[in-house]
Design a protein around this ligand. Structure first.
Ligand code: AMP
Ligand code: MG
Length: 480
């Protein structure tokens, strides 16, 4: 009997046809494997150990469709920078849902850059090598930082060029995700005003992502609360590691609570709450400090889609949903404060903790202090900054630590657990991608392997830890 590579069970493709189109990836001329995430394949129990590079290139380019796959592109809508649009997988194809037989967890296996679909609008359905490697690198970094995310399973080149500002190397990223259901999927269904379809999608989402709620009494409300908390946890984690997603459109917000769609994302070097990297984010909508506010706005859009299910009386539904959306800010603040306290080794609660945290962030901003290195340095109880305001703050913090009534070693281990040493710094990301575009993957692979152990200083990672010497203007681009 032939060994199956994937353990596919394709539940989404059994939903009503409005939600997707059955379509195969468009074949490419000369697929070549660039990256294969062997570790992830092992974790997910994907059986590719007997496949050679040519087999893998064929599978991950879409040239060969694995057994039991049911390739589809999904329909969805979304608010992009505040404006509602009909979208859909314009360049992505989900081959199927792989079930990890070890734990029964389900993962979409999706090719990104897989060719035109009915949702491509004016796009070519393709992707370039740089952005696909970037998504792979940064999503792996987030994963190892313990932030929920989709992950990269493979990257191939297609042997074809894609035309952007110049001709670029064509590429396909294979990503795994708990699902690709987005807020935008619900917005798409809400637009159709088809309650039956809405109920089907809702039930499917509960089964797939919130199975423990199935028998709960007030299902819709409990679900919304659980989902809100998942979103808050995600944003708090981004804030912990200094991550800016950059394009928090509602089509880029999953129901699973995983980070998705690494377009213009980047990590902070020097701390500034207003930092924006995306070249098209003219109004700083998705700046670092605006992320929780936008998450709340996105959550409000999500609750709107479920109004018909909250209560039979729509006025009553609006009141309930509004109250929930309004509770977002306080819930976020509580979780953010707990997280920041861990970053500073504050193990119990004192009334001035928030002020102490905000004071530090203000000083860091004023002196352009590096977000990652400042917190990590504090865990050594040293302070290399010479400015007077830093010194005053440092003394206050030391006084506060005494109120933990625990030895500093306790704080230190909490701080080291929550404050990374290594993040994918923009100037290094750009440098390794430049070299990859010139067919040298070695620097990329070395950086990637160091990012897999982000909380430990090692002899190997020391070249990657410094903040850029001068404050850099860094721009990232969408949909490339
Ligand atoms: P993103 O910015 O990656 O979230 O993409 C937003 C929308 O544009 C999604 O519907 C994508 O499928 C679509 N899109 C992005 N790039 C392309 C492309 N090259 N061809 C077709 N559709 C695309
Ligand atoms: Mg997207």
């Amino acid at each position: 009997m032939e060994n199956k590579q994937f353990n596919f069970d394709n539940s989404y493709s059994k939903l009503p046809k409005t939600l997707f189109t059955k379509i195969n990836p468009e074949p490419v001329s000369q697929p070549k494997l660039v990256l294969f995430n062997k570790q992830l394949a092992i974790e997910l129990n994907i059986n590719l150990s007997n496949s050679n590079e040519i087999d893998l290139a064929n599978i991950f380019s879409g040239n060969v469709i694995p057994q039991n796959a049911c390739p589809i592109s999904q329909a969805y809508a979304g608010h992009q920078f505040g404006y509602f649009t009909i979208l859909g997988d314009g360049r992505a194809n989900t081959l199927g849902e792989h079930i990890n037989s070890k734990n029964n967890k389900r993962f979409d296996i999706q090719l990104k850059g897989s060719g035109k679909t009915p949702y491509s609008r004016n796009g070519d359905g393709r992707a370039a090598l740089g952005p696909m490697l970037r998504e792979y690198l940064i999503s792996e970094a987030l994963h190892h930082l313990r932030v929920p995310t989709t992950r990269g399973l493979a990257v191939v080149t297609t042997g074809e060029k894609v035309l952007r500002e110049s001709q670029l190397i064509g590429s396909i990223l294979t990503r795994t995700a708990s699902s690709h259901i987005r807020i935008g999927t619900f917005q798409y269904v809400a637009l159709k005003k088809d309650i039956k379809l809405l109920k089907i999608l809702f039930k499917y989402t509960i089964n797939r992502h919130f199975p423990s709620l199935i028998d709960s009494k007030n299902l819709v409300l409990n679900f919304l609360k659980s989902y809100m908390n998942k979103q808050i946890d995600l944003i708090v984690n981004w804030m912990r590691v200094g991550f800016i997603h950059g394009v928090m459109n509602t089509d880029n917000v999953t129901l699973s609570g995983e980070t998705i769609d690494y377009g213009p994302c980047a990590f902070l070097d020097q701390y500034s709450g207003n930092t924006v990297f995306s070249s098209i984010d003219y109004h700083a909508r998705y700046s670092f400090n605006n992320q929780p506010i936008i998450a709340q706005w996105n959550f409000a859009r999500f609750t709107e889609t479920l109004l018909p299910l909250i209560d039979k009386n729509i006025e009553k539904s609006i009141v309930i949903a509004t109250e929930l959306v309004e509770s977002f800010a306080q819930e976020y603040k509580t979780k953010w404060l707990s997280m920041m306290k861990l970053k500073l080794g504050l193990l119990n609660s004192e009334k001035n903790d928030e002020t102490l945290i905000l004071e530090l962030l203000n000083i860091m901003e004023k002196h352009s202090a590096d977000y990652t290195n400042t917190f990590r340095e504090l865990s050594t109880k040293k302070m290399s900054f010479k400015s007077k305001d830093f010194k005053i703050w440092f003394d206050k913090w030391n006084e506060r630590l005494k109120k933990n009534n625990k030895p500093f070693s306790n704080s230190k281990s909490v701080m080291e657990f929550n404050n990374p040493v290594i993040i994918p710094r923009n100037f290094i990301v750009e440098s390794v991608l430049d070299q990859a575009n010139n067919y040298n993957m070695e620097p990329f692979n070395d950086f990637l392997s160091n990012l897999s152990n982000p909380y430990e200083i090692s002899g190997k990672n020391k070249n990657y830890l410094s903040s850029p010497v001068t404050k850099q203007k860094y721009e990232t681009f969408c949909g490339t």
